[in-house]
Design a protein around this ligand. Structure first.
Ligand code: ADP
Length: 403
C-alpha cells in the first residue's frame, strides 16, 4: 500500500472515530498525525530495506558476471596459447586484441592494442594482415620465414552482419612439403629402378623376335637373363609395396607374444646354404628368457634382410647373430667380418635405393630398399636400430626392442 492510500485510510479512521466517539477535533488531528507519521516511517524503512536488497542482488550479479567473463577469458587464453601455430586476432579497428606466444616467430613481438601498421613486422606478414583486414575476406598465402614455409590463413569475424575483426593463423607446412618432396623423389627413383630391367627385357625380346634370329645358344642365354630381370622386378615391386605399407602413419602390425629364438633359428637355417656357398659360417648366441611381443612375419623379414646383407657383403670370416636382454629391452645383434662401411656410408645406408657399390648390390639381387624396410619395421615396433662399422673389418647392426 503506498503513502496516499495510507493517508486516505487514516482520514477515514478519523471520521469514524469522530462520529462514533465524538472526539475533540484537535485531539483527533494529533492522533491522526502521529499515526500517519508512524506509518510513514515504517513504509520508508521497508522501502530502504527493499532497495538495499536489490542493490546487494545487483552487486552479486555483477560480481558473478565479471567472474564468469574472467574465467571465460582465461579459458580462451589457455586454448589460444595451446594452439601450436601462430595466431592473431584483430578487432574492427585493426588493433591486436588476442595473440599467442608462438606468433613471435612470424614477426618478433606482437603487443596487444597495437595496430598491424606498426613498423618492425616482417614485410610479407604485414602485407598479408593488411590485405586480410582491408579486403575483409578469407585469404590464403604461402609465406617463407627464416627457411620455414607457412600457410597463412585469414578468416573475417562477422558479428550481427557487421565486420568486427580478422582472425589470422600461420600454419607450418614445411614437414608436409618435405613429405611431398620425398614422395616425389621416391616415385622418381622407383620409376628409374623399374625402367632398367624393363629396358633389358625389351631389348632381348626384340632380338629374339627377329626373323633372322636362329642362334640357340644366345637364345638360351637371353632367356636366362630375362628370367633374372623378371625376378629382380618381382623383388623390387614387392619391396616397394612393403615400404609403402610401412610408410603409413599407423602401419598394421600383427603383434603377439612369440619365441624370438625359434624365429631367428628358422631364418638362420634357411640362409645357411647361401652362407656356406661363400665359405661363411653363421654363429648364434641366444640368451632370452621371455617371449617377445612383435609381428612375427615382419620380424622374420628384419632378421632375413640383415643376415642376407651380412652374407652378401662378407667374403671371408663369420657372421654372428645374438639375442639378449638389456634392462627390460630385447636386443638383436647381427655382425659380420665383411667389407664394412665408412662413416658417411653408415649415415646413407637407410636411404631408399641407396647402394654403396651399385654393381655388387645389383649383381646380388639387391633393390637398395632392404635396410629402409628394416628401419621402418623396427620403428613401427617403437624400437631403435643402429649401425657400427669399420671399413674392411666388418659391420654390426643392433636392434633394441622395448618389451
Ligand atoms: P641392398 O639391396 O643394396 O643390399 P640395402 O638397403 O639392404 O640394399 O643396403 C643398402 C646398402 O648398404 C647396400 O647396397 C650395401 O652397400 C650397404 N650394406 C648393407 N648391409 C651391409 C653390410 N652388412 N656390410 C656392408 N655394407 C652393407
Amino acid at each position: 500500500m503506498n503513502k496516499t492510500a495510507w493517508l486516505l485510510a487514516c482520514l477515514i479512521c478519523g471520521f469514524i472515530l469522530e462520529s462514533v466517539f465524538s472526539l475533540n477535533v484537535y485531539l483527533l488531528m494529533i492522533i491522526m498525525t502521529l499515526l500517519f507519521a508512524f506509518i510513514w516511517q515504517i513504509q520508508d524503512q521497508n522501502n530502504m530495506l527493499a532497495t538495499q536488497k536489490e542493490q546487494q542482488e545487483l552487486q552479486l550479479k555483477v560480481q558473478s558476471t565479471a567472474k564468469d567473463a574472467h574465467l571465460k577469458y582465461k579459458q580462451l587464453m589457455t586454448m589460444v596459447s595451446s594452439i601450436p601455430s601462430p595466431l592473431l586476432l584483430l578487432n574492427q579497428f585493426g588493433k591486436i586484441v588476442l595473440h599467442n606466444d608462438v606468433v613471435k616467430i612470424t614477426s618478433g613481438n606482437f603487443a596487444e592494442e597495437e595496430t598491424y601498421l606498426r613498423n618492425g613486422y616482417v614485410r610479407e606478414v604485414q602485407e598479408f594482415i593488411k590485405d586480410a583486414f582491408i579486403l575483409e575476406k578469407q585469404l590464403e598465402r604461402r609465406i617463407e620465414l627464416q627457411g620455414t614455409e607457412f600457410q597463412a590463413i585469414s578468416v573475417p569475424v562477422v558479428s550481427h552482419g557487421k565486420f568486427s575483426g580478422t582472425l589470422l593463423l600461420f600454419q607450418d607446412i614445411s614437414k608436409a612439403l618435405e613429405g611431398e618432396k620425398m614422395q616425389k623423389q621416391f616415385l622418381a627413383d622407383a620409376s628409374h629402378e623399374l625402367k632398367t630391367p624393363i629396358a633389358v627385357i625389351k631389348g632381348m625380346v626384340e632380338i629374339l623376335n627377329r626373323d633372322d634370329f636362329s642362334d640357340l645358344e644366345t637364345q638360351k642365354d637371353f632367356l636366362c637373363q630375362i628370367e633374372q630381370e623378371v625376378n629382380r622386378l618381382d623383388l623390387l615391386v614387392k619391396d616397394i609395396l612393403t615400404l609403402s605399407r610401412l610408410s603409413s602413419s599407423h602401419p598394421l602390425l600383427d603383434r603377439r607374444k612369440i619365441n624370438l629364438q625359434e624365429l631367428v633359428e628358422t631364418a638362420v637355417q634357411s640362409l645357411k646354404k647361401a652362407a656356406a656357398e661363400k665359405g661363411l659360417s653363421i654363429h648364434t648366441s641366444y640368451a632370452l628368457k621371455d617371449s617377445v611381443f612383435c609381428d612375427p612375419m615382419r620380424m622374420r623379414q628384419v632378421v632375413t634382410n640383415l643376415l642376407n646383407n651380412a652374407i652378401k657383403y662378407t667374403d671371408q670370416g663369420r657372421i654372428t647373430i645374438s639375442l639378449y636382454e638389456e634392462d627390460t629391452n630385447v636386443v638383436i645383434e647381427v655382425s659380420d667380418t665383411g667389407c664394412g662401411l665408412t662413416e658417411e656410408q653408415q649415415e646413407k645406408i637407410w636411404d631408399r635405393f641407396y647402394r654403396v657399390k651399385d654393381d655388387r648390390s645389383r649383381k646380388s639381387g639387391g633393390s637398395g630398399l632392404g635396410l629402409a624396410i628394416v628401419k621402418s619395421i623396427v620403428h613401427a615396433h617403437n624400437g631403435e636400430i643402429e649401425v657400427s662399422s669399420q671399413e674392411h673389418h666388418g659391420t654390426t647392426f643392433r636392434i633394441l626392442l622395448r618389451n
